[in-house]
Design a protein around this ligand. Structure first.
Ligand SMILES: Cc1cc2nc3c(=O)[nH]c(=O)nc-3n(C[C@H](O)[C@H](O)[C@H](O)COP(=O)(O)OP(=O)(O)OC[C@H]3O[C@@H](n4cnc5c(N)ncnc54)[C@H](O)[C@@H]3O)c2cc1C
Length: 387
């Protein structure tokens, strides 16, 4: 049976859900969200650790965070759910001059982009902000008190439920299998597992699978998966629940407390199969010893193998989101490639994507820097990288 929709959103993760809610809020009547998973949260969103920060090294990422933060503060009133935003802070701990210089350079960008409260901190202040950190070799750091935590699944479910209440159709177990282009190059319809749907616009919000979905329509979307692992400790009451996210920029090791356990992370180059999400036993062992060395209170705390997990980041070539019409396919809108920051930026990206679709350009902020054509134009985004 042939049906139709003004906008079909591929992917009901936090990004697709935010796009759908913002579309219906702007008056788009006929929005269909499809996801091949059986239920919400089976993609990367359900695997995120729930960090929120505005401390980035590029103006566009700082601005996305500030817009998201504004929307998180209003979330309960506007969307009807508690997004779990808790400003416990992000504390960066430098042990080398180059790391400290990187934090300082990023902070200049942050201040210029409007994040006034981020500040450099010395070792005594680091000790006050997080007394659990071993200070040997620490020369300084950076801290922002309005960074902190959120609840990824609450945000996802909040947006989906609110979009449904305003008339959006949301279907799980529904794969987008083919995007059928007409003679003008536009996508005229999409073939789903159960039907063919004529559509005005297709939103590619397929997260780590965005590249694959694009290829199905002959569109090159430069997003690739990258495994990210999380070691979860056994219950541990030695560190407080409101401890700031604490990060060592030298090697990216970071940790936070969530629901009475400590989550330990450290980036790796990924798995041989880029979509694999198995845990690497050697990594689990190593990250635990790094944790014990930097946070002595964790020396006797074991990792709970059964509660540890891995998921996929959706990497773009410059580590920033893609937002805009796909090159060569005018009615496919890309909202993907957030490179591991998709939950915190979903409120902003969903709003901007909806504005682009409805008004033809973004209104909440200038998102030109995120245009998907930037790579072929030689305008990839650059700036001090903070993880
Ligand atoms: C371990 C880990 C920790 C993280 N921590 C954080 C954090 O602290 N803060 C933060 O902001 N971000 C974090 N992230 C990143 C964050 O999870 C992602 O950026 C975000 O979830 C991306 O949202 P999404 O909606 O694009 O992707 P997803 O949630 O993966 O949703 C994409 C959906 O598309 C569906 N799909 C794909 N192809 C098709 C198709 N052909 N047809 C139908 N459906 C399709 C999938 O089933 C999936 O549900 C973390 C990620 C990981 C793995």
């Amino acid at each position: 049976m042939r049906e139709s929709a003004d906008v079909v959103v591929a992917g009901a993760g936090v990004i697709g859900a935010s796009v759908a809610w913002h579309l219906v809020s702007l008056g788009v009547r006929d929005v269909l969200v499809v996801d091949r998973a059986a239920a919400a949260g089976e993609g990367s969103t359900g695997r995120a650790t729930g960090g929120f920060r505005a401390q980035f090294g590029t103006a566009i990422n700082v601005r996305l965070s500030l817009l998201s933060r504004e929307k998180l503060r209003r979330f309960r009133d506007e969307v009807g759910t508690d997004p779990g935003y808790r400003p416990c802070g992000y504390l960066w701990v430098a042990r080398a001059a180059a790391e400290l210089a990187g934090l300082r350079a990023a902070q200049r960008v942050q201040h210029e982009a409007g994040l006034a409260e981020a500040r450099m901190v010395d070792p005594p202040e680091i000790a006050r902000l997080n007394p659990a950190v071993r200070l040997d070799g620490v020369i300084g750091g950076a801290f922002c008190p309005t960074d902190g935590f959120l609840r990824p699944l609450e945000i996802l479910r909040g947006y989906l439920d609110a979009a449904r209440r305003r008339g959006a159709r949301v279907r799980f177990g529904e794969e987008m299998r083919e995007l059928v282009r007409d003679r003008t190059g536009r996508i005229g319809s999409v073939r789903l597992a159960s039907s063919e749907v004529a559509c005005g616009t297709v939103v590619n919000a397929a997260g780590a699978w965005a590249g694959e979905l694009g290829r199905g329509a002959g569109v090159e979307v430069p997003v690739r998966p990258l495994r990210r692992q999380v070691a979860c400790t056994e219950p541990c009451s030695d560190l407080p629940e409101d401890m700031p996210m604490t990060l060592w920029p030298g090697d990216g090791f970071h940790l936070r407390v969530r629901d009475g356990r400590v989550l330990l992370l450290q980036p790796t180059a990924g798995a041989a199969d880029p979509f694999a999400t198995e845990l690497d036993e050697e990594w689990l062992h190593e990250v635990r010893s790094v944790a014990a060395e930097r946070v002595p209170a964790l020396a006797g705390v074991a990792v709970d193998r059964a509660r540890s997990w891995a998921g996929l980041y959706e990497m773009s070539p410059d580590g920033h989101a893609l937002l805009g019409r796909a090159p060569g396919c005018e009615n496919m809108v890309l909202v993907n490639g957030s490179s591991g920051h998709g939950v915190m930026h979903a409120p902003a990206l969903g709003a901007l994507a909806a504005e682009l679709i409805v008004h033809g350009s973004t209104r909440s902020l200038d998102a030109q820097a995120l245009r998907p054509t930037r790579f072929e134009e030689g305008s990839a985004i650059q700036g001090p990288a903070l993880l």
